[in-house]
Design a protein around this ligand. Structure first.
Ligand code: NAI
Length: 301
């Protein structure tokens, strides 16, 4: 989407951290932005900011839990009533939980996957038919993380959810390119945000947890994000640039190059050194050609 001025964005988790950074960047570029968030205090603080810079009319706050499909559909209706057709959908709301995956409870799984993956699925299901119907083109940005590539022992369910968001985004990219809808997956490293406060929005019905509630650990985590994290606005600016260029991968942090190289080198090294049978080879070549064709259809269309 080369031209963004005058277009409409919908951002989940848009009132804090990465989502708020995107809202600021999009607003500064002349877009009108709906910020949907489960936390009223975050919405109030975000709106106070936009009021303060004289952009109140360009931003519309909506209280929303992304796991509530009906409410998401109503939020989409509300945004259309307020601003008109939505062109840019940022499925960004997310939470984190630190704890050993081997000790996880079903509530841990249901909460993290419900918000981090289910929220993205719900955003796509809600907005994709609308983007296709209005025919003015569109772009979907799904927030994953570097945890969509890099797994560690500390946040296994989170990692699982982010690998899934990456997979969903890649599949969508090829499906939607011929239909004029662009897709990106956002993979940040450390960002200065309020994600360490995730437990505050955990629903009571999914309360059973093995995650760390150690105050000292949470304080260290908050300090780490504040001290070492990239500013959300820098992330937002990088997202805006990627949307204008139609980049699929949005990598914001350069410090992961070596680790990505190691991960892909290990995978390539593990592939067997055998010659595949011609029929299988032909099938895979055809599949790859179809993928390339999908992206070409976008360029030509
Ligand atoms: P944040 O906590 O500052 O912002 C997330 C917002 O989402 C909050 O305002 C929160 O109230 C909202 N939210 C949480 N659950 C929700 C729900 N069920 N429905 C609607 N809104 C909900 O955190 P941050 O870091 O900005 O997180 C945004 C995204 O960025 C997440 O998907 C996260 O996984 C991702 N991310 C964050 C990184 C970091 O270092 N902070 C690194 C990589 C990815």
């Amino acid at each position: 989407m080369k031209e963004v001025a005058g277009k409409v964005a919908f951002i989940t988790g848009g009132a804090s951290g990465v989502g708020f950074g995107m809202a600021q960047a999009f607003c500064a570029a002349g877009m009108r932005v709906a910020i949907a968030d489960i936390r009223s205090d975050h919405l109030d603080a975000a709106m106070a900011h936009f009021e303060g810079i004289g952009r109140r009319a360009n931003v519309h706050p909506i209280r929303l839990d992304v796991t509530d499909r009906e409410a998401l559909s109503e939020a989409a209706d509300e945004t259309e009533r307020h601003f008109g057709h939505v062109h840019l959908v940022c499925n960004n709301a997310g939470i984190n939980l630190f704890g050993d995956i081997a000790e996880a409870t079903y509530d841990d799984w249901d909460w993290i996957l419900g918000v981090n993956l289910g929220g993205v699925v719900n955003g796509v299901q809600t907005f994709l038919p609308r983007l296709l119907e209005h025919g003015e083109g569109g772009h979907i940005v799904n927030t994953a993380s570097m945890a969509a590539f890099i797994a560690g022992p500390a946040a296994g369910i989170y990692t699982c959810s982010k690998f899934a968001v990456r997979g969903l985004s890649e599949a969508l990219r090829f499906s939607l390119a011929p239909r004029g809808i662009e897709v990106s997956v956002l993979c940040p490293g450390l960002v200065n945000s309020a994600i360490h406060e995730s437990a505050r929005v955990r629903p009571a019905r999914l309360a059973s947890t093995s995650g760390s509630s150690d105050r000292e650990f949470m304080a260290r985590l908050a300090d780490l994000h504040a001290r070492a994290g990239m500013t959300p606005l820098e992330v937002g600016d990088k997202v805006l640039r990627a949307i204008r260029r139609n980049d699929f991968y949005i990598f914001t942090h350069p410090e992961f190059k070596e680790e990505l190289r190691e991960i892909f080198a290990e995978a390539l090294e593990a592939l067997p050194e055998e010659t595949p049978p011609p029929a299988r080879l032909a099938f895979e070549e055809r599949r790859r050609a179809l993928k390339a064709q999908a992206l070409l259809a976008r360029r030509d269309g």
